[in-house]
Design a protein around this ligand. Structure first.
Ligand code: SF4
Ligand code: SF4
Length: 396
């Protein structure tokens, strides 16, 4: 998911792909043996973040509760996912506002893995049984206190940090700060502080027009340089997922492709299903208002392959970053190069690609292969196998 800031809604045109197409019984629409079921428990939220992607298409609050029942979910899983290893991410809105649904799913599927994507403000109210069952909690945050509170509301940053500390003893899994990097004022010190506070930090460049002026690009590049320098400076692993992931992909190139079958590491082209509270399924949580992206329906019990796929118009094939980037954000590439939104391409997609290539070059300056060869065994293992790679997009 890339949090989206747009000056105007993007226009899409319905296509025949929105028709209900039954799954071919013999060939699974899911690529590979794993699937992430991202269940949106509600579209309601207790915060009003200024850049929320659900703001596009008037999604926020439009579906308060899950309107399919457990039997429908069971039948869907039985028909389409019975041969897959399933892991569930509870997502929203703010997913903890529908705790009853979270408990019911956890109780019904004890062999699944579970992750929670949350704004963190209600974390301290979660029961022990739920916390103990979460492999990872993704906490939405925007950088340091001033920037986070500016986007999310006064006091939110401190509340999230306090709540995390309050529940840490009841949580066996990891905490990952999910940073939407939008402000040009976001500093190395702020991201470094997050790396000291949480188990991992995942950052993603915001998909917002007006964010990537030449001066803002220079500031972001300066911070990237500091982050990469710090990553290669110590004996312990600096837990920044995009840097870890890119280093992994450069040192062990097969890891860049095997879980995603050569496609984007955010999984939208292969094995993530975003299930809206009304049971409709889409590959990308930022495009759930786009009719042509409809991929399935829990209630009608059908599923087809993801419609969000690489396209010949996309420039990745001739990009230096392609072997380790693998197409970063398909939504961005789709809007820019398939739908032909030139403004979005110039103001969002190309600047982000420029930052991604810069990040790769900064990593190369440190000879990641030589670093890996000398790294302690535990560092190599985490870099190679970190479970959080399965829960986030890896690329920024
Ligand atoms: S295509 Fe992938 S990276 Fe882009 S917004 Fe969707 S989930 Fe996120
Ligand atoms: S940096 Fe951009 S163009 Fe290059 S591979 Fe990544 S998404 Fe494609």
């Amino acid at each position: 998911m890339q949090n989206l800031v747009t000056s105007a809604p993007i226009t899409f045109y319905p296509s025949r792909s929105q028709e209900m197409i039954p799954a071919n019984e013999s060939v699974s629409p899911i690529v590979g043996n794993r699937v992430e079921l991202q269940l949106l428990t509600t579209l309601k939220c207790n915060l009003k973040c200024t850049y929320c992607s659900l703001g596009v298409g008037d999604m926020v609050g439009s579906q308060d509760k899950v309107s399919y029942d457990m039997e429908a979910l069971e039948a869907f899983i039985e028909k389409h996912l019975s041969q897959h290893e399933v892991y569930v991410t509870f997502y929203g809105g703010e997913p903890t506002l529908n705790l009853g649904f979270i408990r019911e799913v956890m109780e019904r599927y004890p062999t699944f893995r579970f992750q929670l994507q949350t704004n963190g403000t209600l974390l301290d109210g979660l029961p022990d049984r739920v916390l103990a069952n979460l492999s990872n909690i993704l906490l939405s945050i925007d950088g340091g206190e001033t920037i986070t509170d500016g986007f999310r509301g006064r006091g939110v940053y401190r509340q999230v940090v306090k709540n995390t500390q309050a529940v840490r003893g009841r949580m066996a899994g990891t905490f990952t700060a999910r940073v939407t990097w939008s402000s040009e004022e976001t500093s190395f010190e702020e991201l470094d502080e997050l790396a000291n506070t949480f188990d991992y930090v995942y950052f993603q460049f915001v998909a917002g027009e007006g964010t990537y002026s030449p001066a803002a690009m220079e500031k972001k590049k300066a911070v990237i340089t500091q982050l990469v320098d710090k990553f290669f400076s110590g004996e312990t692993l600096y837990p920044l997922i995009p840097i870890m992931g890119i280093v992994r992909n450069k040192v062990l190139p097969t890891r860049a492709t095997e879980l995603y079958h050569g496609k984007t590491q955010c999984r939208v082209s292969t094995h993530i299903l975003n299930v809206m509270p009304d049971g409709k399924i889409y590959p990308c949580p930022d495009m759930m208002y786009v009719p042509e992206m409809l991929q399935g329906d829990v209630i009608a019990n059908w599923l087809k392959p993801s419609p969000l796929q690489p396209h010949p118009n996309m420039p990745c094939g001739s990009c230096e970053a392609e072997p380790w980037c693998r197409g970063n954000c398909m939504k961005n590439l789709y809007l820019a190069y398939v739908k032909g939104d030139k403004e979005y391409r110039d103001k969002v997609v190309e600047p982000i690609c420029d930052l991604v290539r810069f990040l790769g070059r900064e990593i190369d300056r440190h000879d990641p292969q030589a670093w890996y060869a000398k790294a302690p065994l535990d560092v190599r293992k985490t870099l190679r196998d970190c479970e959080v790679y399965e829960y986030v997009e890896i690329m920024p």
